[in-house]
Design a protein around this ligand. Structure first.
Ligand code: COA
Length: 248
């Protein structure tokens, strides 16, 4: 089984990882195509990933999981120079994916998916977190639980029409921050005060909204050396039929 070739992915993605130390790429997919190609695409996954996929309750969840694994495995297969199926991809006890390799191949990764978008962050130094939200309804009861008091005051001071977008940005930043830390939803989101800004830092974790995305997307990096990338490098309109062909 051959991995995807470097030519199948945007070369700047790999240049950015090499030269800047980190990159984020966004992939678009259609549920119908994933469903149709599932039997072939599953061949790239490890047996335990296939079993996990099969246990998932809805077709949307199965699709996003499958696409996420393919995206991670495809990019890492190029970085590690191994076939997709041989990328040593594990998850920790909290569900955080990681690559079982030592320096200089010790890449850290983070994944997010939302309604046909899959986002992958990769870094060579420190820990990375990414989040994307294609739909965000801004439930007030939820807001009170996750916003710092300064954020809530800032939100209420905004014109009504700007609140939903500001809230979505704050949410994706907090999720990216918690993923970089590896806590998932277990972290008290109120502890991060974004001041509704699009970039900032909290301790060692630097975060920013990624410009040029059509939906709210954030990246956070816990590193003494790196800042999060400002642009997704790059939207990958992956042809899943071609991908499954390459995986055979
Ligand atoms: C991480 C989390 C907040 C993401 O939720 P979400 O916004 O609904 O979904 P996203 O698409 O943005 O991210 C999901 C991806 O984040 C990654 N992820 C899961 N847990 C993670 C964690 N603790 N830290 C970092 N990333 C995590 C996974 O790759 C997951 O995708 P996959 O399951 O398809 O591989 C949520 O899954 C969570 O809280 N998980 C932690 C659960 C936990 O703490 N369990 C403890 C068990 S003892």
């Amino acid at each position: 089984m051959a991995g995807l070739t470097k030519a199948s992915l945007p070369p700047r993605l790999f240049r950015d990882i090499r030269n800047r130390g980190a990159a984020v790429c966004v992939m678009l997919y259609e549920d119908g195509i994933v469903a149709r190609e599932t039997p072939k695409l599953l061949a790239v996954l490890a047996p335990e990933e296939r079993a996990r996929h099969d246990r998932m309750a809805t077709s949307e969840r199965r699709n996003e999981y499958l696409v996420g694994r393919l995206l991670i495995r495809t990019v890492l297969s190029v970085l590690l120079d191994v076939p997709c199926a041989q990328v040593p991809l594990l998850i920790d006890s909290r569900g955080r994916p990681h690559v079982a390799c030592r320096a200089p191949l010790a890449y850290d990764i983070s994944l997010s998916h939302s309604r046909g978008y899959a986002v992958l962050g990769v870094t060579k130094a420190g820990r990375i977190g990414v989040d994307i939200e294609a739909t965000f309804d801004g439930d007030y009861a939820l807001v009170r639980r996750f916003l710092a008091s300064e954020e809530l005051a800032g939100l209420l001071a905004l014109p009504q029409v700007q609140r939903s977008a500001a809230l979505a940005r704050a949410w994706v930043i907090k999720e990216a921050w918690s993923k970089a830390l590896g806590f998932g939803l277990g972290v008290p989101f109120r502890n991060l005060n974004t001041a509704l800004r699009t970039e900032g830092c909290s301790g060692r974790v630097r975060w920013r909204i990624i410009d040029g995305s059509t939906v709210p997307t954030a990246c956070a990096i816990a590193s003494d050396e790196l800042t999060p990338p400002s642009m997704p490098r790059f939207a990958i309109p992956v042809n899943l039929e071609r991908l499954s062909g390459a995986a055979r």
